[in-house]
Design a protein around this ligand. Structure first.
Ligand code: SF4
Length: 418
């Protein structure tokens, strides 16, 4: 054990970061919360980032847009609040069904010190009770890409009612298909009093109160968890529902806290667990023994590393992650090899030097680092894909393993052709 109470050596690095900003979270949040709209107050760069990140995924009119701060705003020549009023008026005229408007701060809005909290209050007054207006920062100065969701959910917590508080609150945006699967499992376990946050509607938020136990479905929600604890809820630590064993451990922690009999837990989870084990096993021959290196990006790194070493036999060269919140990822660290080198934070040049020295079979990293590494002959996996794809739960375990196996199979095919 080190001073932080875990067996692994956790090294902190504070250098240059190479990570997407928190605006990226809008791509999955706008699909989940269907009566919300995300208005980024930012530059054309922010608009381009969102368009390219969301690009292939937009099949209907998106529930996000960018109010562009232009040169006149930056020079202090225009009243940004006035322009914001106009943009919001037009938006609401076109989209009267919006119930929550998130004003999302960016690097440019921070640079000109635009007070978005005040703007949100003013807009809420102007548009009355039918529209809730909240604000949070998604800027690259303050946030890494999954922290956007954390900030958005934190902003929503004060709007959650106090009663009737559910016994369990599953927190973190899950694809609807995954949420439905978990709901069926909880119903099978006889647990009716489980709510999900966020759900599809922001005008029907679940309640939270002193009787509520919070179980995270995503590991990057430290600030949301704190806000829920401030409302009296208690955190129920658990490994994350990735893979056959991670999903079982996550469900087990919840079922145990609910007092579900072990026989019933076994009866309800056995079939899903067996299906997931079988689906994951198909990828063992491709992945077992292969070296994988995680650069810090999504905060999903530790749960994914646990899945890949525990269920697929991969060898973890190094696991970098933006933050190590021990209260949240402690149960994952307990299952990871004690000799593992965990790096919290980033010093991108030093990390890339270690990747080059280690020559791992696969490196998980952001888009910006993937291309140069691929050009050097290293295989990469984009971390962002792991956030955009439904990966939690028994039925997704095989798809998740496939995401890691695909680049290695492609490499093998290319080598066979050479
Ligand atoms: Fe770039 Fe900052 Fe806009 Fe993110 S918020 S796209 S980092 S300018």
């Amino acid at each position: 054990m080190n001073s932080q109470g875990s067996a692994q050596l956790i090294v902190k690095e504070r250098g240059q970061r190479e990570v997407f900003c928190g605006l990226t979270g809008i791509v999955w949040l706008h699909r989940k919360i269907q009566d919300a709209f995300f208005l980024v107050v930012g530059s054309r760069t922010c608009a381009h980032l969102l368009q390219s990140a969301a690009g292939v995924m937009i099949f209907a009119e998106p529930r996000f847009a960018t109010a562009i701060i232009d040169e006149r705003d930056l020079a202090g020549l225009a009243d940004v609040h006035e322009s914001l009023n106009e943009v919001v008026d037009q938006l609401l005229a076109r989209r009267p069904h919006i119930r929550t408007l998130f004003l999302v701060g960016s690097c440019p809005s921070e640079v000109i010190k635009l007070d978005l909290e005040r703007a949100a209050e003013r807009l809420a007054q102007r548009h009355g009770p039918r529209l809730r207006v909240l604000n949070y920062s998604g800027s690259g100065i303050e946030t890494t890409f999954t922290e956007g969701e954390d900030r958005a959910l934190t902003a929503l917590v004060p709007a959650m009612p106090s009663a009737p508080a559910p016994a369990f609150l599953v927190v973190g945006a899950l694809a609807d298909v995954v949420e439905d699967q978990f709901r069926r499992l909880f119903a099978g376990l006889g647990m009716e009093n489980v709510a999900f946050f966020p759900g599809n509607r922001s005008d029907a938020l679940p309640a939270v109160g002193p009787g509520t136990q919070v179980v995270l479905a995503q590991p990057f929600l430290a600030s949301t968890l704190k806000a829920l604890e401030d409302r009296g809820a208690r955190h129920l630590p658990a490994p994350f529902p990735l893979g056959a064993e991670g999903t079982t451990a996550w469900l087990h922690a919840i079922a145990q806290a609910a007092g579900v009999a072990p026989e019933r837990f076994e009866a309800v989870t056995a079939a899903g667990r067996a299906r997931a084990q079988k689906a994951v096993a198909r990828y063992r021959s491709t992945l077992a023994g292969k070296q994988i290196f995680f650069l810090p990006d999504s905060q999903l790194e530790l749960p994914l590393a646990r899945l890949l070493s525990e269920e697929l036999g991969m060898v973890l060269t190094e696991v970098g992650t933006p933050y190590v919140h021990r209260a949240i990822v402690g149960p994952e660290l307990e299952r990871l090899p004690p000799s593992l080198r965990v790096v919290e934070g980033q010093d991108v040049d030093a990390q890339l030097a270690r990747v080059r020295a280690a020559q791992p079979d696969l490196t998980v990293c952001g888009l910006g680092l993937a291309n140069p590494l691929e050009a050097e002959g290293l295989r990469t996996k984009w971390a962002i894909e792991l956030v955009f794809t439904p990966i939690q739960g028994y039925e997704q375990a095989g798809d998740l393993a496939e995401l890691f196996a695909r680049p290695l199979r492609r490499k093998a095919r290319l080598e066979a052709l050479a």
